[in-house]
Design a protein around this ligand. Structure first.
Ligand code: TXA
Ligand code: MG
Length: 351
């Protein structure tokens, strides 16, 4: 298949191109487009055939449900059974934006889209290109992150091309995304709402609006027997080709430990790599070192994370180390993605 790539102005996308993308979606085709979190791979969420095509293009297991993207709150009614009051409050505060909510699905939503579940995940993105494409495409666009299953989510159109060129109808290039990690997912199908995936909108921000919310047990415990509730969270993800280890501790201890490990790797004839903060990037020796951003600017770290993981795949490093980034607001989301990339391999250095 020939994949058409078009470039648009992020703030004022060309309406004719948005219509063209919309036509492809309405006919059951697939279009990748930017959102404020990561690039999504869109298909008509109410068309079972489109959802099947999404799974095939990504190589994604078909029990891993998709998020339906809408462009206005009124659209929600048609695809869910009921909207709890607390969900309305969260929508009023955070939609459009990087928040996904899970509800009981209505019969119009095909099981192909929900991976066989009775619930459906819904998000209203704020990105002008995403909004236009959802509207032109019929209003209900299923869109997982536009990467091959298991690879880091795409934060630029080039990443989508690497993974999906030749497999989908169109890629809409709207430049680099703003947030860089996927939306926060809150499940409203339980008594007390549960965060299934941490993101830019953190637990404290949600609790400020609706009171108590739980973190899904599968997120907190790295025991393989405790499965996360979001099916997609159980898969090894974002994984660079080289084994990654996260090293936690005081800055000087971490630098010392990683340098010793890199020396050992070099002696064994291996090529080591390090993911560092701007503050420590010049302290590492003998390895391919990539700065991910300043600790003081956690949004920068989140924005760069997936691109840095992808860059290491190009470097053919054999062994990777990363500092831990337990930053105040997005630390939970950043560490969740990093831990998955490392297959939960983390070393804590005591004082
Ligand atoms: O920021 C985002 O959410 C991006 C952009 C494109 O909007 N999309 C995204 O989709 O990250 P995806 O498919 O890569 O991740 C969706 C996650 C998966 O872990 C999936 O298992 C979970 O949401 N999920 C979807 N529907 C669910 C449901 N009904 N119940 C539980 N988990 C669900
Ligand atoms: Mg994904």
């Amino acid at each position: 298949m020939n994949t058409k790539v078009v470039t648009v102005d992020k703030e004022k996308p060309d309406l004719l191109l948005m219509r063209e993308a919309g036509e492809i979606l309405k006919k059951g085709g697939l279009v990748a487009f930017p959102t404020e979190t990561v690039y999504g791979l869109g298909g008509d969420g109410l068309n079972a055939g489109s959802s099947r095509k999404i799974y095939a293009a990504k190589g994604r297991p078909s029990d891993n449900p998709l998020i339906i993207h809408i462009a206005d709150f009124e659209s929600l009614e048609k695809i869910v059974r009921c909207v709890p009051e607390k969900a309305k409050l969260l929508a009023a505060k955070f939609w459009p934006g990087p928040l996904t909510m899970i509800f009981s699905k209505s019969s119009i939503v095909p099981y192909e889209t929900t991976g066989g579940l009775e619930s459906v995940a819904v998000r209203m993105p704020s990105h002008p290109v995403a909004k236009a494409i959802i509207r032109e495409g019929g209003g209900y666009i299923a869109a997982p992150s536009a990467n091959t299953s298991g690879r880091p989510s795409p934060t630029r159109a080039e990443h989508v091309q690497e993974d999906l060129a030749g497999k989908i109808d169109m890629i809409v290039d709207g430049g680099a995304v703003g947030i860089g990690i996927e939306s926060t997912i809150v499940d409203f199908t339980e008594e007390v709402p549960v965060i299934l995936r941490p993101g830019y909108i953190n637990q404290a921000m949600i609790q400020e609006v609706i009171g108590p919310v739980r973190m899904d047990k599968g997120l907190l415990i790295t025991d393989e027997k405790v499965q996360p509730k979001a099916p997609g969270m159980k898969y090894r993800h974002y994984a660079p080709r080289a084994q990654l280890t996260i090293v936690e501790g005081s800055s000087s201890q971490v630098v010392k430990y990683i340098n010793a490990q890199c020396e050992k790797a070099l002696r064994e004839g291996k090529k080591p790599g390090v993911i560092a903060s701007d503050e420590t990037v010049s302290s590492y020796r003998g390895a391919v070192v990539k700065g991910i951003g300043a600790r003081a600017d956690e949004e920068e770290i989140a924005r760069n994370l997936f691109a840095v993981l992808r860059e290491f795949d190009e470097e053919d490093t054999d062994i990777l180390f990363s500092e831990a980034f337990d930053t105040p607001k997005m630390g939970q989301a950043i560490m969740n993605r990093l831990l998955k990339a490392a297959g939960y391999h983390m070393i804590s250095l005591d004082e």
